[in-house]
Design a protein around this ligand. Sequence first.
Ligand code: URA
Length: 434
Amino acid sequence: MRAVDLIERKRDGGELAPDEIRWLLGEYVAGRVPDYQMAAFLMAVYFRGMSELETVALTEVMAESGDRIDLSAIPGVKVDKHSTGGVGDTVTLILVPLMAAAGLVCAKLSGRALGHTGGTIDKFEAIPGVRTELSLPEIRAQAARIGAVIADHTAEVVPADRLLYELRDVTGTVPSLPLIASSVLSKKLAGGADAIVLDVKCGDGAFMRREEDARRLAETLVRVGNRLGKKFSALITAMDQPLGRMAGNALEVKQAIEVLRGEGPEDLREVTLALGAELLVLAGEASDPDEAQARLVKLIASGAAWRRFRELVSAQGGDVRAVEEPERLPRAAQVVEVASPASGYVEKLRAHEIGVAAGLLGAGREVKGAKVDPAAGVELVHKVGDEVEAGAPLARLHVGRPDRADEACRLVAAAYTIGSIRPRPSPLVLGRIA
Ligand code: URA
């Protein structure tokens, strides 16, 4: 077999057989197919798509590219969640300890920033000392001890996704339904969870901008996921404006801490509770989402989830004082305000621009393997529906790269539309696929 023949077939809209997909990916992971050929293949998939059979084959081959995490010896239901990526989406940092506080086991493998979206691993590592490169025995031991783990995809688990993810990030091939589906599902198959909730983001700041595309992705994920033998359900949630008021690594850690302490922005809390309730029901731990939410609310109010978060940070080598006193988290040397050009109401706040601006300021990466600045990002002083005065701050830029601050400033200013009519609040949870 030759990579170029498979690339050409996909480029021309043909279908690949499972053994061809297996060969191509195997050769790539082994280093015998170079990045440039895989990038060309990914671009062909981006334009041509994949059949469900191809998507299932790609998912299985990716899941089998490394070890699986076996948590079966640990008592309790094992749960997991995954977001298709958004801006300000710091749900995982809240949900993992919350699930552990509810008596479930959540050993989550997470990713780094991708495209304009943030990544949980970059966020968690913004806490000084936190180590996310855990070995499989370390993941298992920590899951057994405290029920909560947030680890980087190890080189041993789904190495194919790790390689493809980095390549897609810098080749414009992220927003492809089969590539997102196989990336998400392969990791969930290789993880040790029995019940998995997927947060399929929809809107300006998501890879799926239109609701019908998000719904198609959610349906594909749940159908292919269930076909591959685990319990999946998905919520479609709004990502027109960022979740919460922060986009950036340490900034989002601060926001997660607020929610764990019973405060924080209502939208972030609502999405977290909706996903958590879905998981409790899917895991058979609650009979309906209302009962599940009431339980989760109590676990936050009692401080149980917050205690579990501190245990999680400490277990992974993090400085617990930095989360108890978040002013100790990394802080940018320069903070620049973006002022409102007019008085009125915030009618729109485009998440995509905010995500790109946060990346430019240093929160994301432009080339594979680059370091992110934990302190960089965008703080949103005003969000959709807020009344603002001309000249008042709309947002604050936490600058990690001064050479990019002007460009980021322009983007953030362009992300806001100020008008004379207060927009009506729109729903955060747009649909559920079970
Ligand atoms: N999240 C993933 O894990 N993979 C993608 O491709 C997109 C979002």
